[in-house]
Write a new protein. Structure first.
Length: 99
């Protein structure tokens, strides 16, 4: 595989991951809308805006990258809600690249 083919393959993989994340965020937004943020917070106390905002403000950029990956790898309803809330916190803290 020559370097240009490798770059193109990596670019395609990244585009695929971006699309997958976009779909996950859309599912998360629907879950939040269905359940409501307060209900999600009662079911999982770490899925509140305040908790996620505290995490965003207290973690290093490397730590935040790892946290986002951990949430993406998780499965289940709570992680979908948490992903949407965490994304909102990152955007509110002007960390659009991570969001």
């Amino acid at each position: 595989e020559d370097p240009s083919e490798r770059r193109e393959r990596i670019r395609q993989e990244r585009l695929s991951m971006v699309e997958e994340c976009r779909e996950a965020r859309q599912r998360a937004a629907l879950e939040v809308a269905k359940a409501g943020a307060k209900l999600a917070g009662k079911e999982n106390p770490t899925a509140t805006y305040e908790h996620c905002l505290m995490r965003v403000r207290s973690m290093t950029e490397k730590g935040l990258i790892n946290r986002v990956r951990a949430i993406e790898r998780a499965a289940g309803k709570n992680c979908v809600v948490k992903m949407a809330i965490f994304k909102s916190c990152l955007q509110d803290e002007d960390m659009w690249e991570l969001a």
